[in-house]
Design a protein around this ligand. Structure first.
Ligand SMILES: [Zn+2]
Length: 462
């Protein structure tokens, strides 16, 4: 027994992240556990060939463990395999490297030992399972995993300014801003430039845009933030997120929506006014109004927005399809009488909104929110809202046209009814169809500006 005569035993399950040799026959095993966060523990004698459980303590393996608390490291006394996620990966190099990146990421994002981080654990299990099943491109699985992990850890991609110095648009010699992440970069915490996204450190920076990592967090453009925001506006106008005659949100609202400074918003508005897309009226009924849907430079501005970010847009569209189908399915199973009332009220509001762009947008948001709320899981609601935010380039408005509204008018009632009737399969299928409206508008606009520029869609843009 231990020196102090007391042994504290505990049981937990987790994914083995890493192993290191210790002495002659032992190993230190790093495990991301379900209840105890990241644990480093000693597996005694596990490197001996006759070890009872040595082979189970390999990276990627989901193990059920019995441990006792040691003075510095805990000690593993039993290990049972729950699932060996490594097996299907061992024979497939792209899947193996994506899996390795996930394990490294999980370790970096659980900086404090024994701090319970159930969401990180669940994300890792989900990611490894998806990799093992092989239904998706391993890079998509990895990107989706990274996106969620970063969000859970409090990071978000910084697309508008340097996350290190806060300067908008710091241009590196290769023409790429240096830091892809913002928020949560506390000393000692995993840094923004860690190598898990393909050697993206200052010294290993890709030499040309063609070699650039295509991950979710790769920096995008070299223009000033105000310029980029102006380009996003023009794209949003082309997608009907704003229509001629409409008053834009206030400078303060836009700054909050787009997570940029008010000065940046002002710069963007000035550019738009100069190019004739908006007019600024002073006085009580003043504001910034959209005047024109399509200026001489529209194509170029849209191409910069969509072309440079198209890979991200594709990932986001795919992510949204997966999530929204799951939300509709879950809502159909869990909806209560209160949910049904909220869904019906939002449905009626959407029909009443008529051609009024803003009322229509608010009612659409309320309807999809009511469906997400019917899952009774706030994580799903906030995920749905954050994807909506991202897919609209931060403007909080779905792409819109009278034709899209016409189709939504037919789709909303049947989607709502499938949820209300408790028909999960149908609800998921209808959600997939409905959310493809936004997708087809984005795809169509992208294809149009690419073709007009003589660039087939799919050619990398910079
Ligand atoms: Zn809708």
């Amino acid at each position: 027994m231990r020196d102090n005569g007391r042994v504290s035993l505990y049981r937990d399950d987790g994914i083995v992240l890493r192993t290191q040799k210790l002495g002659e026959a032992d190993r230190i095993v790093t495990v991301l556990t379900r209840r105890n966060g990241r644990v480093r523990a000693v597996g005694k004698g596990v490197r001996r060939t006759k070890s009872r459980f040595g082979a189970r303590l390999e990276p990627f393996t989901h193990v059920d463990l019995l441990l006792y608390t040691g003075r510095s490291l805990d000690v593993i006394t039993q290990a049972e395999t729950v699932r060996a996620y490594g097996e299907p990966l061992a024979v497939d190099y792209p899947r193996y490297t994506s899996g390795t990146a996930m394990l490294e990421t999980a370790e970096r994002f659980t900086p404090i030992e024994k701090e319970p981080l159930i969401r990180q654990f669940l994300l890792l299990v989900g990611g490894l399972r998806a990799l093992g099943e092989g239904a998706h491109d391993p890079r998509l699985v990895l990107d989706a995993y990274l996106l969620r992990t970063l969000a859970v850890a409090g990071y978000a991609p910084a697309l508008d300014e340097c996350a290190v110095c806060g300067t908008p648009d710091s241009v590196s010699p290769e023409g790429r801003p240096p830091a892809p992440l913002s928020r949560g970069t506390t000393p000692g915490a995993p840094g923004p430039r860690d190598r898990w996204l393909g050697g993206d450190t200052p010294s290993a920076r890709p030499a040309s845009p063609a070699d650039a990592p295509q991950g979710l967090l790769s920096p995008m453009t070299v223009r000033t933030t105000g310029e980029r925001i102006a380009e996003r506006f023009v794209t949003a106008i082309a997608l009907g997120q704003f229509v001629p005659g409409q008053r834009l949100p206030t400078e303060r609202e836009l700054a909050a929506m787009l997570s940029v400074s008010r000065a940046t918003v002002r710069e963007a508005i000035a550019r738009l006014a100069e190019a004739g897309y908006v007019t600024v009226r002073r006085g009580r009924s003043g504001g910034t109004f959209v005047t024109d849907g399509w200026g001489p430079d529209s194509d170029e501005m849209i191409r910069r927005t969509l072309g440079g970010e198209w890979h991200e847009v594709e990932l986001l569209l795919d992510f949204r399809q997966v999530i929204e189908q799951q939300i509709a399915r879950t809502a159909a199973v869990r909806r209560t009488g209160t949910d049904v009332k909220a869904i019906q009220a939002a449905l009626a509001d959407y029909e009443r909104a008529g051609a009024d762009r803003d009322s229509s947008r608010m009612a659409d948001l309320a309807l999809h929110r009511a469906i997400a709320d019917a899952t009774h899981n706030p994580h799903l609601t906030s995920l749905s809202l954050s994807i909506r935010h991202d897919i609209s380039f931060g403007f909080e408005a779905e792409p819109y046209s009278p034709e899209v509204r016409g189709r939504a008018l037919h789709q909303h009632p049947v989607l709502a009814q499938a949820v209300i009737d408790g028909n999960p399969g149908q609800a998921a299928a209808l959600a997939a169809e409905h959310f493809s409206l936004t997708e087809s508008m984005l795809r169509e606009l992208h294809a149009r500006v690419m073709l007009r520029a003589g660039t087939p869609p799919g050619t990398p843009q910079e």
